[in-house]
Design a protein around this ligand. Structure first.
Ligand code: FES
Length: 79
């Protein structure tokens, strides 16, 4: 499997809505970070669905290295 591109070495703060599903960009190529824009089609990576259970602001991983995808776990600090 191809390694993802680091979109940025920091999380993206986005507002999610309870009951909605978001597609987190796993490949790092999307122009709509941290969400998928279809750019992964050039890779063998696929987006990761995130079903929001609450309406809140979340920190989605921008470095694509988190162990708790799609959320930031602080892994970007080691890059
Ligand atoms: S942005 Fe990837 S772990 Fe924080």
């Amino acid at each position: 499997m191809a390694a993802p591109v680091i979109a940025q070495k920091a999380p993206y703060m986005i507002d999610v809505e309870a009951g909605k599903t978001y597609y987190w960009c796993r490949c790092g190529l999307s122009k709509k970070q941290p969400l998928c824009d279809g750019s992964h089609k050039a890779t063998d990576l696929v987006p990761l669905p995130y079903a929001a259970t609450a309406s809140q602001r979340v920190a989605m991983c921008g470095c694509k290295q988190s162990k708790n995808k799609p959320l930031c776990d602080g892994s970007h600090k080691a890059l």
